[in-house]
Design a protein around this ligand. Structure first.
Ligand SMILES: [Zn+2]
Length: 80
């Protein structure tokens, strides 16, 4: 819990299929899978998130930092 025992974990982006490696606490991951919000599950004892925004997005939407701007409605207009 609280990001105390960080282990390397790889999460695959659903868009580009790239595996993104990060370090997180498996107990926190279990909490998240049980339904706890990412912003709450992956925090240290002070309640500060220890995953960066891009890493959290992989758990929320399954999309990596590189692909996120491509899916953003504002940038989709550029492809019309
Ligand atoms: Zn991607």
């Amino acid at each position: 819990m609280f990001g105390e025992i960080l282990k390397p974990v790889a999460v695959q982006c659903v868009v580009c299929r790239t595996w993104i490696a990060m370090r997180l606490d498996e107990e926190d991951l279990a909490c998240h899978r049980a339904g706890v919000l990412v912003q709450v599950a992956f925090t240290d004892q002070a309640g500060v998130p220890y995953l960066n925004a891009g890493e959290r997005e992989l758990f929320i939407s399954g999309v990596c930092n590189e692909c996120w701007p491509l899916l953003c409605p504002a940038s989709q207009l550029e492809y019309d």
